[in-house]
Design a protein around this ligand. Structure first.
Ligand code: BJW
Length: 247
């Protein structure tokens, strides 16, 4: 007999769950053609050094390089479309009374897919802020690279969270609160290596939630999960949805 992809006990719990939280990472966008960070061969950090591109020190050293790298990333994402994994989470949100999607992704694909309640822990590639005042800037006339803030002439930068920077306080607080109250918590497409996001599945476990990981590769938290589903989000999530709620 073929082993079912999704354990029956998980389907039963999901059918009756009131509060569901999903933490997503770069892996959920991999099937849309957006590169992940740490995968061998294809991960961004395999080809580029985070110290040169994703720290405040890197931006201070070479703002043009950093700005242009993010412009290249924005172009990649513009050409991508949400995949079956993103769309399944839109469906899940419609079925669950209290659903929170926490994402580490900066690509905006969850919103483009139609998800409503999204907490973006690491910012958004398509938002720009002033590096002096930390305020979001929507338009500018400057043609310099990077452009300058129309208010204070500070350098503009992508509104993403680099290593060594604090996560947006209210967003992180909301994520922690939703996690503590979850009946079911999914960790999908993340290597669970970057903190504080990597703490969330563990907090959920400690608070008594059923915690499910969806990833084709094991991660440092796999062994602690209630269920560890070994496979691609774009394959497993549609099956999970169909088996739980039918078509
Ligand atoms: C699939 C799939 C498919 C593939 N389906 N799955 C505690 C301990 C140790 C260190 C620290 C700590 N606390 C803080 C730190 C430092 C640091 C950190 O965590 N370092 C570790 C790397 C060691 N954290 C920070 O600096 C954070 N800030 C902070 O803590 O502030 C407080 C503070 C300040 C000052 C001093 C001390 C404390 C900020 C972290 C910001 C992370 N930023 C980035 C870049 C964002 C902008 C950009 O995009 O350029 O965020 S780094 C990068 O990693 C990006 C991601 O959001 C993040 C997580 O990566 P993710 O999503 O998990 O991707 P991958 O590639 O790692 O994994 C993909 C997974 O998908 C794989 O497992 C695949 O198998 C899987 N997969 N196909 C399902 N089809």
């Amino acid at each position: 007999m073929k082993t079912p992809l999704i354990p029956a006990r998980l389907i039963e719990r999901l059918r009756t769950a009131r509060r569901v939280v999903v933490l997503s990472g770069a892996g959920i966008s991999a099937e849309s053609g957006v590169p992940t960070f740490r995968e061998a061969q294809t991960g961004l950090w395999e080809q580029y050094s985070p110290e040169d591109l994703a720290t405040p020190e890197a931006f201070a050293r070479d703002p043009k390089l950093v700005w242009e790298w993010y412009a290249w990333r924005r172009n990649l994402v513009r050409q991508a479309e949400p995949n079956a994994g993103h769309l399944s989470l839109v469906e899940m949100e419609r079925k669950i009374p209290e659903f929170t999607l926490i994402t580490q992704n900066v690509d905006g694909l969850h919103r483009r897919a139609g998800s409503q309640t999204i907490l973006e822990l690491h910012g958004n590639l398509f938002r720009t802020k002033c590096s002096n005042k930390n305020t979001v800037v929507k338009t500018w006339d400057s043609t310099e690279v990077p452009p300058r803030c129309p208010c204070c002439a500070g350098l503009l930068r992508p509104d993403v969270v680099w290593f060594g920077e604090m996560l947006p306080h209210e967003t992180l607080q909301a994520a922690q609160q939703a996690t503590e109250q979850a009946d079911i918590f999914f960790s999908i497409g993340t290597s669970a290596l970057v903190y504080p996001a990597a703490n969330l599945p563990i907090f959920a476990l400690q608070a008594g939630a059923t915690v499910i990981e969806i990833n084709p590769q094991p991660t440092p938290i796999s062994a602690q999960m209630t269920f560890s589903l070994n496979g691609a989000a774009g394959t497993l999530l549609p099956v999970l949805l169909t088996e739980t709620w039918g078509h």
